[in-house]
Design a protein around this ligand. Structure first.
Ligand code: SF4
Ligand code: SF4
Length: 246
């Protein structure tokens, strides 16, 4: 069956015999390439529900496996192993160990949402990719991704102050992810800003980075958002069968 084909033909599932004669016929080398049989026993019957419990994964049950998401995917065009349709299939089948084999590429979704536009069932595959990447982190299969680090810094600033300062978010992100501040693209960006922005706008940005302005009367909204985020996190951990966060 085509849907299973990808996992079956992974190199580790192929076996070739250098010297093999069957019924007097020499089938050594490529002629004797077999696909090793496998039995998947470690199903996670709750896998679809776990992904659906995370933001973005809510509509995964609607998928009918048409493949339009993968056909339209920006990352799949560069790397055929990046396959949203296949991962959605694995999740719906509860094949956790198969899904985890691709843990190092699932996070590479660039959130272009071409899949979301192409999907005839409103599954929002982009959201499912996000939910799956978070699920991998929460279950301890992967380290926190750069995408999550960025989300946390961005969200943290909005929650605390009711506004964001782009430059500060970027600096914190580079620091947190141990990236150098002096990167060619960043130097280029700053040069263009200095050349193209009015002086008062640059001064305002500089002042904002130093004095960190807040939206006035923000404290009630901040507390409400914080408690909502905490509730969502607790619900997600519960859905995944994890202990409450410390
Ligand atoms: S949002 Fe992600 S999964 Fe969807 S098309 Fe873009 S890269 Fe592919
Ligand atoms: S486009 Fe939508 S319905 Fe089709 S395989 Fe992708 S998620 Fe499923």
């Amino acid at each position: 069956m085509p849907i299973h084909e990808k996992s079956l033909i992974r190199p580790e599932n192929l076996e070739t015999h250098e010297n093999l004669v069957i019924d007097g016929i020499d089938v050594s080398g490529d002629w004797s390439t077999f696909i090793r049989s496998r039995v998947v026993t470690d199903y996670n019957e709750d896998l679809q529900d776990e992904i659906a419990a995370l933001p973005g994964g809510e509509y995964i049950h609607r998928c009918w496996q048409c493949g339009s998401c993968t056909n339209s995917c920006t990352v799949n065009a560069e790397n055929p192993d990046f396959n949203p349709r296949y991962w959605i299939y694995l999740i719906r089948m509860g094949m956790e160990s198969e899904l985890v084999r691709d843990k190092d590429i699932i996070w590479q979704c660039v959130s272009c949402n071409k899949c979301t536009s192409a999907c005839p069932r409103d599954v929002v595959p982009e959201g499912v990719m996000k939910a799956t990447a978070h699920w991998l982190e929460m279950k301890g299969y992967t380290e926190k991704t750069n995408s999550t680090v960025f989300d946390e810094i961005f969200t943290g600033q909005v929650v605390e102050r009711g506004k964001i300062e782009d430059g500060e978010v970027l600096m914190e992100f580079l620091k947190e992810t141990k990236q150098p501040l002096m990167q060619d693209w960043l130097v280029q960006l700053v040069k263009q800003m200095v050349a193209g922005f009015p002086v008062f706008a640059l001064l305002k940005m500089g002042m904002a980075t130093v004095f960190k302005p807040k939206t006035s009367d923000w404290s009630k909204a901040r507390d409400a958002i914080k408690s909502h985020i905490e509730e969502e996190k607790a619900d997600a951990r519960k859905a995944l069968g994890l202990e409450p966060a410390e």
